[in-house]
Design a protein around this ligand. Structure first.
Ligand code: UD1
Ligand code: CA
Length: 425
């Protein structure tokens, strides 16, 4: 039995992404370490809605579908998400009509655009909690580009006018359509069947159908008075940069609340899916990419880049001009200056001298470097992977340790290629 009050979700991403001009789908543009679309999905997840569908255009289907499956948003048979294809981008109304083909006949549908990455789950929940049909609006200092919301004197919604269709007077209206709706599915099916494309863009507008439903079903408009940032739509790369800036600010704020010391938020870039323990201090001009884990009481930067797979245990230090990728530093390990650690494991309290490089890439494959606890890697050492430096071992300044020429525990090597200086005791 179909449940007429059940909430389902439809994300619209069937547009051509013409205004971003990057060639690919804007839904997959990276925003603070996650694709734009993932930010939208994460806002939707907590609603625990019934069925989830996404509308895609034929040319962007393949990359988006591949990413969704990889990211655990399964669109294969029996998966949580269904894909509806919109053969031609004929407007948001047409997109919803395509989406409805893979959704139940009845129920309530939360519709949102795949290009609004700052929407919060709380706002979506507020909209879903309304008794009937609802539209999200926001007051904007600069409403340029959005649909303007017009009301009758009684307060009942009258029209949504797109920028392209607006005259000078309407362009002054500061209340805009955020592009988020909760609408009765049966009413939607009816309204969309009767829709026309008699407007400046020759498109079928979802806004026309939504207004009609809101008017006949006595729906409500939920207005965010301070929501200009939250409803930001990414249509251009300028808006992409603004979204990234705002998300970054949000992320840094969360981290500081959790006890991470950030000296200069203006020059600190920490992506999503990064964990950092309390008391860790981040110096200016530091970049920490998605998929990095940092323990408590560490120190990072200035001018450091921690890339995917970096793990820092408690009290470890990464200093200036250090890049790490797929590298773990055990508790108390230090790499304080001018170093590259890639595919490396650094043991407890090991010290990586200035200018050390793990040469992890032979032109075809990546190889690992293991550095034991308390090892002391002299300045300017090159460790050609795969190679292991034993616990307590030391490399002299300027050593080049060749691949497979493992350095034994507590021994000292020097030179190019590096050779033991004294026998192991
Ligand atoms: C839309 C709204 C506008 C609102 C704004 C909020 C309409 C007509 N306009 O404008 O009132 O202020 O969002 O951000 O709805 N899409 C499709 N198929 C299409 C066209 C678009 O799936 O044929 C998707 C796009 O991929 C995008 C979303 O729908 O994710 C919105 O489309 P977009 O072209 O960005 O609409 P806006 O001009 O931003
Ligand atoms: Ca948009």
């Amino acid at each position: 039995m179909a449940d007429s009050s059940a909430l389902h979700v439809l994300v619209l991403a069937g547009g051509n992404s013409t205004r971003t001009r990057t060639g690919g789908p804007k839904a997959l543009l990276d925003l603070c370490g996650l694709p734009l679309l993932e930010h939208v999905f994460r806002a939707v997840d907590p609603l625990g809605a019934g069925q989830h569908a996404i509308v895609l255009g034929p040319k962007h289907r393949e990359p988006i579908e591949a990413w969704m499956n990889k990211a655990g948003r399964h669109v294969d048979a029996g998966g949580q998400w269904s894909i509806a294809i919109q053969p031609e981008a004929r407007g948001t109304g047409d997109a919803v009509a395509c989406g409805l083909e893979v959704l139940p006949q009845e129920g309530r549908l939360l519709i949102l655009c795949g290009d609004t990455p700052l929407l919060s789950p709380e706002t979506l929940q507020t909209l879903a909690d309304q008794d009937g049909d609802a539209l999200l609006t926001a007051l904007c200092q600069d409403p340029t580009g959005y649909g303007r919301v017009l009301y009758e004197e009684s307060g009942r919604i009258l029209r949504i006018v797109e920028e392209a269709d607006a005259d000078e007077e309407i362009k002054q209206v500061g209340e805009i359509n955020a592009g988020v709706y909760v609408l009765d599915i049966a009413s939607l099916r009816k309204a969309l069947a009767a829709a026309d494309n008699d407007n400046a863009q020759g498109e079928f507008y979802l806004t026309d159908a939504a207004v009609e439903i809101l008017r006949s079903n006595e729906g409500v408009c939920v207005c965010l008075e301070d929501g200009e940032a939250e409803i930001l739509g990414v249509n251009t790369l300028q808006q992409h940069a603004t979204a990234q800036y705002l998300l970054r600010e949000r992320r840094l704020d969360e981290l500081m609340t959790a006890g991470v010391i950030i000296d200069d938020p203006n020059t600190t870039f920490i992506e999503y899916d990064v964990e950092i323990g309390p008391g860790t201090r981040i110096h200016p001009c530091t970049v920490i990419r998605a998929g990095v884990q940092v323990g408590a009481g560490c120190e990072i930067g200035p001018f450091a880049q921690l890339r995917v797979g970096t793990q820092m245990a408690e009290g470890s230090v990464i200093g200036n001009f250090v890049e790490t990728k797929n590298a773990s530093l055990a508790a108390g390990a230090k790499a304080k200056h001018l170093t590259y650690l890639g595919d490396a494991e650094v043991g407890e309290r090991a010290n990586i001298g200035c200018g050390t490089i793990t040469a992890n890439y032979d032109g075809k494959n990546k190889h690992r470097t293991e550095i034991g606890a308390r090892a002391f890697i002299g300045s300017g050492t090159v460790l050609v992977a795969p190679v292991r430096v034993g616990a307590g071992a030391m490399t002299a300044a300027g050593s080049v340790v060749l691949k497979g020429r493992h350095v034994e525990d507590d021994s000292v090597v020097a030179g190019v290629p590096a050779r033991p200086l004294k026998p192991v005791e």
